[in-house]
Design a protein around this ligand. Sequence first.
Ligand code: FAD
Length: 414
Amino acid sequence: MKKPAVTVLGAGIVGICCAIELQRSGYQVDLIDRREPASETSYGNAGIFSLGSIAPLASPALLSRLPGLAANRYTDFRLHYPHFLQLLPWMLAFLKRCNRNTYFKDGELINRLTVASVKAHQDLIKQSGAEHLALHNGGLRLYRQEKTFEKDALERELFRRYQVEYEVLDGEGIRKLEPDLNNRFVKGVWVNQTISIKDPQALCQHYARYFESLGGQIKQLEVKGIQQVGDCWQLQYESSKLQTPKLVLCLGAWTPMLLKPLGYRNVIAIERGYHSMLAPQPGKVLNRPIFDVDCNYVMAPMSAGLRVSTGSNLTYRETKPTPKQIDQVLPHAREAFPLGEALIDEPWMGRRPSTPDSKPIIGPAPRHQNLWLAYAHAHMGLGMGPITGQIIASQVAGKAPPLDVAGCSPNRFF
Ligand SMILES: Cc1cc2nc3c(=O)[nH]c(=O)nc-3n(C[C@H](O)[C@H](O)[C@H](O)COP(=O)(O)OP(=O)(O)OC[C@H]3O[C@@H](n4cnc5c(N)ncnc54)[C@H](O)[C@@H]3O)c2cc1C
């Protein structure tokens, strides 16, 4: 019997995982992207499936930093003022969530999604033969000052409430784990179940090949628009049209461009992030990703060198890259670890589509049949790809999802 067909648009980590899970559930899946799989945000992230990054960005701890954040005084956040008015509704919705109750409620769902997803990643890594890309050394949050460590107490309360295993280290403990780090850090929080990936694009490409081995097809096409025709969806390409009975949108930051003509207003802001790649000095090794909390960058060991990536450059649409944050953090990264030459000429830029509640949008489109949405994974899309795929596959099949994900429903915005 012919399998029912589904089209997944967007071959980043989220689209690839949706395509795999749908194909595994018995659908015949076409996965479509204008570029090679994982050429956008899924290419250049820090590669962390972080069991320790479950905290929503909207935190009560942020309120005392508001004046400095608004003045672009910190390196973890930079507001693109030309888009201030368009971003205002997003920012107000975000600020409303900076309270304890909401923080713990959103954190609970993020934690459940992350735990389930990391487990699913382990299965996919095995199935796709990508074991050589995974490091199982955990992740380290590092503090240069005791007072910064104290200010992060709420996050550790979140960890304890949701059973995230962690260990607090002093300077000596940090040196035992990372002997080549310079002596800058007085405290560390080690989440040792975190997994990190030495080449996120290569991981996605292993998953994409695995999808093909299940019988799925990848097509390189740019989609210009989508339109409902009867019970089906018509995809408009440069010079052709195609119909599909069921459609899943996983276009990351570009999803609103296809949703807007259907009457769904844009509800995301774009948190741009930058990375640079640097060589370690000869003989020096970083064993796991570190987050330098005082200086706001992540440094992660990759096959090609060390990847230093930044926090958020909050903006709205496509605007010219403004990689000021990478320039600001690189001297601190050099202070923390013996880094050598830069391995890329220009910083890479990625776009993290972000909701005010830090949770992705996953589920059926509220006002259209046979259309599902899976986007806005912000800082956690690499980690959350597999569980997103499982949720979408069950919803497309009309089954209950593997966990209660009402908190991710598109209905909360549209
Ligand atoms: C600096 C930085 C560090 C990060 N670190 C981490 C981390 O350590 N861990 C983690 O979990 N997450 C991290 N993230 C976030 C993570 O990278 C994203 O959440 C994730 O990659 C999103 O995947 P996606 O599939 O939704 O989107 P994308 O990877 O952006 O994929 C969207 C796809 O849609 C395609 N597309 C768009 N428009 C069209 C069109 N019209 N027609 C056809 N195709 C189209 C694009 O080509 C693209 O391939 C980081 C992000 C950044 C920027």
